[in-house]
Every structure is written in structure tokens, then in C-alpha cells.
Design a protein around this ligand. Structure first.
Ligand SMILES: *Cc1c(COP(=O)(O)O)cnc(C)c1O
Length: 242
């Protein structure tokens, strides 16, 4: 919250949320879609529990964390708040899986079959089922995590045989600062999903893509879940409207 009072920060969060919901609705309608079909995930990795509580009061219900430790701590702190979910969106190392199990509603960052197998093993030992997305490196940038698109079909098929994970869709990160490259990345994710639907028979309803700088493009290309961090929580974020 920095120097601002909780009241002023809450007001900022509420006003910003109203703007974001309107922009999401506009982007959805440009694509002939319903805003109902797009989940706004508030990426809370740069804020702490008090800010998340203020955000929840302003109507945010879904949060995203990229570190297992933080996810676990925040999930425990927010356990008593009804209607809140936290998703795991960041790189997941195998020795941190237990921090996420039972705390994350959806794990977006299944970046290899190996990781999926490890998650399934741990989940089975605890008698739970983990909802997952396959993280795919659609843009092919070396800095990006995620499996190659050409590996996704095999990973999805193999995951269908694992006892304690379910594959509910795909996630990607687009190249930053280049909207046409981002658009190509998002449409590539959608096309891959359509291919996997046919080849695996899975429904794959969730496409997790779009961040503060490119969420409208992502929605135009079929995103069902946008992961917004700075634009939700940072009053000093400079929005480059296009
Ligand atoms: C931080 C993060 C986001 C949110 O990024 P912003 O540009 O702040 O909206 C989305 N997805 C992942 C995986 C992240 O780590």
C-alpha cells in the first residue's frame, strides 16, 4: 500500500476493478464473446494479505501467486474468507509441490510431463485431485518456460492416464511489449487447444493468457482467464492504451 491509507488504496482497487471489468466486457464483445466467460485472476505476488483482503472486499475472488511458499502462506491466511481461490501460476519445482497441493485451486504451470507425474504422485498420496493447465511456450522464446507445442499432445495423453491430475486447458506467456507478437502467441495457443481437443477428446475449457499489457488482445483471441498483476494492484502502473 506504500504511503497511501488503506481507505485510499481500497478506493483505488475498486475504481480500477470497475475499469478493468468494462475493458474485459468490451474486448469480449469485440470477439462476439461474453464477459462471463473470462475470469479475472488478480496476480497478488507483489502485495500481501492485507491488500488481498481489501481487493476481496472490492469484488476480487481469484488470486494468482507465482511462489509456492507465498501461495501456501497466503492461502492459510485467507482460509477463513469465503469465496476466495488462489491459483499457482509460477514455475513449480518438484520439491515445492507439497506447498501447493490443497492450497491452489488450479495449477497453471505444468511445464513438463515429469512435473505432471510428480504432482500426480504427491496428490495421490494425499488422496486429492489436482486441476492443471499445461504451460506451453508458444512464442518459442528461450527465456520462457513451458513445453514445446509439439510436446503438448503427448503430455496431455499421458496425463489422462495419471490418477490424480486433470488437464483443464492451456497457459502461455506472450512476448512482452509487442502486441502483434502477443496476438500471434494467443491465437497459437487457441489453435493448439483446438487440435488437442480433437486428438485427446479432452474439453480443455480454460485458456490462461493475457497480462496487464495485453489482456484485451488475449480476450479477442479466446482467453478465458487473464492474469493481471500491476494493473490491478499498482497505482503507479502506466497503462499504454491502444
Ligand atoms: C507476474 C505474472 C503475471 C502478471 O503480470 P502483470 O504484467 O503484472 O499483469 C501474470 N502471469 C504470471 C505467470 C506472472 O508471473
Amino acid at each position: 500500500m506504500g504511503a497511501t491509507s488503506p481507505e485510499a488504496y481500497a478506493e483505488f482497487l475498486g475504481e480500477r476493478r470497475a475499469e478493468l471489468m468494462a475493458r474485459i466486457a468490451d474486448a469480449a464483445s469485440r470477439a462476439g464473446r461474453s464477459a462471463q466467460d473470462v475470469t479475472l485472476l488478480a496476480v497478488s505476488k507483489t502485495v500481501d494479505v492485507p491488500e488481498m483482503l481489501l481487493a476481496a472486499k472490492q469484488g476480487y475472488a481469484a488470486f494468482g501467486e507465482n511462489r509456492p511458499q507465498d501461495l501456501q502462506r497466503k492461502a492459510e491466511a485467507l482460509r477463513g474468507v469465503p469465496g476466495i481461490r488462489i491459483d499457482m501460476i509460477g514455475n513449480l519445482q518438484r520439491n515445492k509441490i507439497n506447498k501447493v497441493l490443497g492450497n491452489a485451486e488450479l495449477v497453471h504451470s505444468i511445464s513438463s510431463l515429469h512435473l505432471a507425474e510428480a504432482v500426480s504422485n504427491r496428490a495421490q498420496a494425499r488422496g486429492i485431485e489436482v486441476r492443471c493447465l499445461l504451460e506451453v511456450n508458444v512464442s518459442g522464446e528461450e527465456s520462457k518456460s513451458g513445453m514445446a507445442p509439439s510436446d503438448a499432445a503427448r503430455a496431455a495423453e499421458r496425463m489422462m492416464e495419471l490418477p490424480s491430475v486433470s488437464v483443464e486447458g492451456l497457459m502461455t506467456m506472450a512476448p512482452a511489449g509487442n502486441l502483434s507478437a502477443a496476438r500471434a502467441c494467443f491465437s497459437g495457443l487457441r489453435e493448439l487447444r483446438d487440435e488437442l481437443r480433437v486428438s485427446t477428446g479432452l474439453e480443455l475449457p480454460t485458456l490462461s493468457c493475457g497480462m496487464s499489457g495485453d489482456f484485451e488482445v488475449a480476450i479477442e483471441e479466446g482467453s478465458t482467464l487473464v492474469r493481471l498483476g500491476r494493473i490491478v494492484f499498482d497505482p503507479s502502473y502506466v497503462d499504454v492504451r491502444r
